[in-house]
Design a protein around this ligand. Sequence first.
Ligand SMILES: Cc1cc2nc3c(=O)[nH]c(=O)nc-3n(C[C@H](O)[C@H](O)[C@H](O)COP(=O)(O)OP(=O)(O)OC[C@H]3O[C@@H](n4cnc5c(N)ncnc54)[C@H](O)[C@@H]3O)c2cc1C
Ligand SMILES: Cc1cc2nc3c(=O)[nH]c(=O)nc-3n(C[C@H](O)[C@H](O)[C@H](O)COP(=O)(O)O)c2cc1C
Length: 536
Amino acid sequence: MQITPLIPESAPFTAEQRAWLNGFLAGVLQRGGGTNGASAPAEAKKPLLIAFGSQSGNAESLAKRLAREATSRGFAARAAGLDSLQPADLIKDKNVLLITSTWGEGDMPDNAVSFWDAINQNGSSPKFDGVNYSVLALGDKNYADTFCLAGKKLDQRLAELGATRVVDRVDCDVDFDDLAKEWSKNAFTIFGSTKNQSDQSDPSDAEPAYSKKNPFPAKLIANDTLNAPGSAKDTHHIAFSLTGSGLTYEVGDALGVFVQNCPEVVDAVIAAHGFDPNANVGSKTLREALLTDYEIRSLLGKTPESGLTLDSFLENLRKLQPRLYSIASSIKAHPDEVHLCVGAVRYTTDGIAHKGVASTFLSDRLALGDTTGIYFHAANHFRLPTDLTKPVIMVGPGTGIAPFRAFLEEREATQAPGKNWLFFGDQKRATDFLYHDQIIAWVQSGHLTRLDTAFSRDQEEKIYVQTRMLQAASELWQWLEEGAHFYVCGDAKRMAKDVDDALHKIIETQGNKSADEAAAYVAEMKKTKRYARDVY
Ligand SMILES: Cc1cc2nc3c(=O)[nH]c(=O)nc-3n(C[C@H](O)[C@H](O)[C@H](O)COP(=O)(O)OP(=O)(O)OC[C@H]3O[C@@H](n4cnc5c(N)ncnc54)[C@H](O)[C@@H]3O)c2cc1C
Ligand SMILES: Cc1cc2nc3c(=O)[nH]c(=O)nc-3n(C[C@H](O)[C@H](O)[C@H](O)COP(=O)(O)O)c2cc1C
């Protein structure tokens, strides 16, 4: 039987999408869903798998929100982390939307690693013939060379393995909401949504009172230097009041903070370009707009383009983004407060002194009693065990201590009987032992079962947290075998990798395993959420 194409040539689809959609609609009509008015048997709901690879929660929240929307559009939709999926699940569900971020330097997020490894082997990779899919890649254009690389790789590999890309991949910069909406709208249409978007109103999508779009103006109530005089570091304990907000959070979550550029930097940039600081930019002056709305860090030390108009100058600037900080407190220990541990970023390149926008805004420029916009960023991948008897091992050098101060406060408040082991490190014990008194009090009370510190500059040879892990290999292995959850927070570039290598080595040597067996043990820990990382 000849199928009459139902989708007009002028419809906004590619030829591939149009062909697929025509085939799909023809199938529906042949099964009795035609337009002759006869009552057709109820169609089974179409499965739609929304898989996510997510490190800090953006892709996960989006996938869950889109799964709710897809359900209300008539799909049998589910959101699932890539760590909980096998290639066979895609073959079974057939219709797949995949949302993934990129981490490290072009790496897969932790929960996508095992899935990627499973589909990226030569020879034994599964075939995805019959699977229809589309990828939404989350990323950050500041990572120019690796922008959305994880999404690009997954998209390419699925196609290589025979899956049909029914909607082109969309690559998103940090503000991904609008592109994600457009992409999901196209995808739902292509996959055969049975209801219009305007029909939908998902009560669980209702914006909370305060969010990234409507941040709470929180008052700064503490800013204490955590390093002693003489330290090469400048780390601050920052506390905001949540009074009047009705907001709460869970340990493991991060706080989004809206920040301002340094006024001196703003003035220098305006002067270098010869602009009028009082020129109108929307409802603000240029000076006000450069303080709050634009990323200007990269302009320092650059020779301004001659004859540049104010409009084209602003067009080339990126929006100033809020920054995320791991929450360093439990709300059970500090009602109506949220604490952070912030390392002030200061460095010199080519003789020019630079300072991090957000970290120095919080450390140097926001006065006690002043307010700035905040919102909570859920980190469902970074949670304490629900079983309070389980032991936890926490590796958090430098500002990586933040979520572990929160974990320990929480475990104290809930009287969790499980054992707690902390690895902390920094440059020098005398000046850089962050939260020293509180940590030592926990050792003395027995709340902290074991503390291992690594101060790299207190002796000739460099000692790091991973050195201490290897020295304690036998006991660490014993804790793992007792079901301990293993957490890492802090520097993503070196520390997290070195700690991961040490973990593999310990499992290999203490558990008498081959490298592959140790890797499988670690993969299983990740899958069962016993190995979680909050690294940046
Ligand atoms: C989930 C998450 C949790 C986080 N938790 C914490 C936390 O608990 N505590 C904390 O302090 N930070 C934390 N961060 C990092 C934090 O969000 C900011 O990235 C950090 O404070 C720097 O921001 P900034 O605006 O001060 O610096 P920016 O103005 O953004 O400048 C940073 C940039 O400066 C450049 N740079 C920095 N140092 C050098 C150097 N030595 N040489 C050359 N270039 C350099 C790099 O390009 C770097 O990207 C977290 C990040 C994430 C994503
Ligand atoms: C430490 C770190 C490394 C990152 N590396 C990349 C990268 O290489 N390429 C990219 O496009 N985005 C990169 N990003 C940006 C994230 O992909 C982006 O913030 C994304 O929205 C995070 O989504 P998630 O919360 O689901 O993990 C990085 C972000 C951080 C904090």
